[in-house]
Design a protein around this ligand. Structure first.
Ligand code: COI
Length: 365
């Protein structure tokens, strides 16, 4: 099979794909990130050869030397985007170039090689065209695409990657949170921060997520499916959640979200919601937001809605913020109107139900 990029993808079809009945059973109730399609993409890289050996091949375990750098020094980055089946059966994805560019920035920060953006997009097309039957069509379902890159050189010295591999796996998904799009409670971490200035907070690397897991346990113990981190210097300003960006909505319709301080992930969903909100005439302030501004705003009625956003969850209404010794908001509060209408507009564009006026959609198959 010939790719339109400088790399030719070779396709090796699985000899034991899931049966139609098995696949249908999975697609009927996919959950999030539990099941994977029959194939995956792999592309190798070395200092000497650059990117080479692009393949779509059967999904299966990786063979890694126990000395592979990723296992010791966590040289790993990833992306997340979704493939949507439109009413006419065609399959599309949302702003893949933005993810490809962000993966290049993450690669730069983690001293990994930068994959050309056209190869990134082509890798998605190659995988989805082989596993097209895995793209679900029920409302609020999609095929979650997970590109990632690891340093796989067998070497225990600490240095930038001399050998790496890029992969794409795909997982049919429904809602990220177990309760669907119902409002969630958020736990404020008092003991931990997510990322330091000058650190890797703006990169989408596994290490950032690993560091969120201990505070996330505390969140779960308090009935909160996500944890909120404050800035690492003053412990005062909102940064982001364990795996999502955060927005507040004021009574006058103004949207507030933390500015890209260097330690916050530049969410594609975040940027898209800012654009959609501005298109509607909302004022959007990207700036430092103190935790007191949120808590006091909920109490005074100046802040009327809050939501989390990311590719996986899309837009998740936040009912309340909890921390040691306080609850701000009402755990049973309904989803906010602005929150849900932005969610609707974004998902309508992604699913082809509204015109794509910003040219965000790219056809995959
Ligand atoms: C995404 O929203 O795609 C992410 O990468 C976050 C992760 C928690 C699933």
């Amino acid at each position: 099979m010939t790719a339109q990029t400088s790399l030719n993808f070779k396709t090796i079809r699985s000899a034991s794909p899931k049966s139609l009945a098995e696949r249908d059973a999975i697609l009927a109730n996919p959950g999030f990130g539990k099941y994977f399609t029959d194939h995956m993409v792999s592309i190798d890289w070395s200092v000497e050869k650059g990117w080479y050996d692009a393949q779509v091949k059967p999904y299966g375990p990786l063979l890694l030397d126990p000395a592979a750098s990723v296992l010791h020094y966590a040289q790993e980055i990833f992306e997340g985007l979704k493939a949507y089946r439109h009413a006419d059966g065609s399959i599309w994805t949302f702003r893949p170039q933005a993810n490809g560019l962000r993966m290049q920035r993450s690669a730069h920060r983690l001293a990994l090689p930068e994959l050309p953006v056209d190869t990134f997009v082509e890798s998605l097309k190659q995988l989805v065209s082989v596993d097209a039957a895995w793209v679900p069509s029920a409302p609020d379902t999609s095929l979650y695409l997970r590109p990632f890159m690891i340093a796989n050189e067998s070497f225990l010295g600490v240095r930038s990657a001399q050998q790496a591999a890029y992969y794409v796996i795909a997982s049919p998904v429904g809602a990220y949170f177990s309760k669907g799009v119902a409002p969630v409670s958020i736990w404020l971490s008092s003991d931990y921060t997510r990322a330091a200035k000058g650190g890797t907070g703006a990169a989408k690397c596994g290490g950032n997520y690993a560091a969120s897991l201990l505070p996330q346990q505390e969140a779960y113990a308090n009935d909160c499916p996500q944890v909120l981190f404050l800035d690492p210097i003053e412990g005062k300003y909102l940064e982001e959640l364990g795996g999502m960006n955060v927005f507040l909505v004021k009574k006058d319709g103004t949207l507030l979200t933390p500015d890209l301080s260097g330690s916050i992930l530049e969410g594609v969903t975040r940027a898209s919601l800012i654009q959609l909100a501005k298109d509607r005439g909302h004022r959007v302030e990207e700036r430092k937001i103190s935790i007191d501004e949120w808590i006091d705003g909920f109490a005074s009625g100046d802040i009327v809605e809050a939501f989390a956003c990311g590719t996986a969850a899309v837009v998740a209404p936040i009912a309340c913020l909890k921390g040691r010794n306080f609850v701000a908001g009402d755990p049973n509060a309904p989803a906010g109107k602005v929150t849900m209408s932005l969610r609707q507009e974004l998902t309508d564009i992604q699913n082809g139900r509204l015109p794509d006026r910003h040219g965000w959609m790219v056809r995959l198959a």
